[in-house]
Design a protein around this ligand. Structure first.
Ligand SMILES: [Zn+2]
Length: 427
């Protein structure tokens, strides 16, 4: 072999190959929240082990297995992953066993190659417009709305009424059109602004599906009798908090994973937490985005969470998410003219998140950030209750793609779009 060919092969191997060192960096930068996993995840020269709470090794990944497992966790359904975790344990796979795992890998996420009519042909983008309440009854249950008189002294009739679900949905529709124009295939987790991810309103879900769903969860022992009896009688607001919120979120993630996206976008608009219960305007307005990570000791109790942790540890998804989120936040800052949040601007940033090297990007173990199996950005473009924003957000005086919107929502959609296009092209 000549020298040049050897260098080329070595470079390709190094680019593709993930090392224990890279996994350790991801562990430190994104995953190990306040050292909570120090006794659970052990790094050695040639292996990484996940231990149980007694300190015994339960699962070991050897250096030569990292790429195979990373691909497996990125491209297989959850059930298969659970099976592999159980069967492999701390065993070291032979070359033949490693090769046999590749058979299970679905290559639907491979990057489209060759001539394309439009620049994003072949790319799949999932969008989750957060929440569902677009009337006071639903929104009160979700606690995701603003309803107050802007200035009771000088403008007593000037009312602020905003439903976050509506803002998120409107932004998602605009972003969908922008991406489709470039040839991308786009999936939305719900198809009306007042719908849950079950494609009906919360009220209809309670009427049509609640009993059936609880009965079936009880029959497979997912719900014990005591919890079942409690949930079946609960009022909507309590039931939402105790069951439906996470049930709906898990369904959003499930639908997204079935779509096998190259990238996912979760759209939300924030409020100033110190302004609760949001009956007046706030003088603050910050922009930020979340990605996955920040696991605690308790998070590692369940097999499901462990598998999500392993995927984030072994694949490059978190690095990719940081890159995408960083560009999204820079675009929010530039297009919307809003300052980027630091860890000192909200309690949850300081108390629940790991700070990344990118301004305004925080690793946080939110359900969607954990379960969605693709690079992602969870955006919080602005504070809805800011005195600079609330009136403008209500003013739907702009039109794009036949959709009535406000200038703020359009600029937010453009910010996501301008981050997504180069990101996808760079995959
Ligand atoms: Zn939200």
């Amino acid at each position: 072999m000549n020298k040049i060919a050897f260098i080329i092969i070595l470079t390709v191997a190094l680019c593709k190959g993930q090392t224990i060192k890279q996994c350790k960096e991801r562990f430190n930068n994104y995953l190990n929240f306040k050292g909570g996993l120090n006794n659970i995840v052990k790094f050695e020269d040639n292996e990484i082990s996940i231990c149980n709470f007694k300190g015994n090794k339960e699962f070991t990944i050897y250096a030569g297995e990292i790429n195979m497992l990373a691909d497996f966790l990125e491209h297989t359904p959850y059930k298969q992953q659970e099976e592999l975790l159980r069967l492999k344990g701390t065993k070291k796979y032979s070359k033949r066993q490693r090769d046999s795992v590749w058979i299970y890998i679905d290559d639907r996420k491979k990057i489209p190659k060759g001539k394309k009519k439009l620049p994003l042909n072949g790319y799949r983008v999932a969008i989750d417009p957060g929440h569902f309440g677009t009337n006071l009854e639903d929104a009160q249950i979700e606690q995701k709305f603003l309803y107050f008189i802007k200035d009771s002294v000088n403008l007593p009739t000037d009312t602020i009424k905003l439903f976050e679900s509506e803002l998120n949905f409107n932004t998602a529709q605009l972003l969908q059109k922008m991406l489709e124009e470039l040839g991308a295939t786009v999936f939305l987790t719900r198809n009306q602004n007042n719908y849950t991810s079950f494609n009906c309103s919360f009220k209809d879900w309670l009427l049509l599906h609640k009993n059936r769903v609880l009965d079936s969860l009880k029959s497979v022992d997912f719900l014990g009798s005591e919890r079942y009896n409690k949930l079946i009688k609960e009022e909507p607001a309590k039931f939402f908090k105790d069951f439906f919120r996470d049930y709906d979120l898990a369904n959003r993630a499930k639908k997204i994973n079935q779509f096998k996206p190259h990238v996912s976008v979760i759209i939300h608009y924030n409020v100033d937490e110190k302004n609760a219960p949001w009956k007046k305007m706030s003088d603050k307005d910050y922009t930020m985005a979340f990605i996955g990570g920040a696991f605690t000791h308790d998070n590692m109790e369940r097999t499901e969470t462990k598998l999500h942790f392993l995927r984030m540890l072994l694949t490059k998804q978190l690095n990719q998410s940081e890159k995408l989120a960083a560009q999204t936040v820079l675009n929010f800052n530039k297009n919307l003219k809003i300052d980027i949040a630091t860890q000192f601007d909200a309690e949850y940033l300081k108390d629940n998140c790991l700070i990344t090297e990118s301004k305004g990007v925080f690793a946080r173990n939110l359900l969607l950030c954990r379960i969605i199996n693709s690079p992602l950005v969870y955006g919080e473009a602005l504070y809805q209750d800011s005195y600079k924003e609330c009136s403008d957000l209500m003013r739907y005086d702009t039109e794009k793609y036949g959709i009535k919107t406000s200038d703020r929502l359009l600029k937010t959609a453009e910010s996501y779009f301008q981050a997504l296009v180069p990101f996808l092209k760079g995959l």
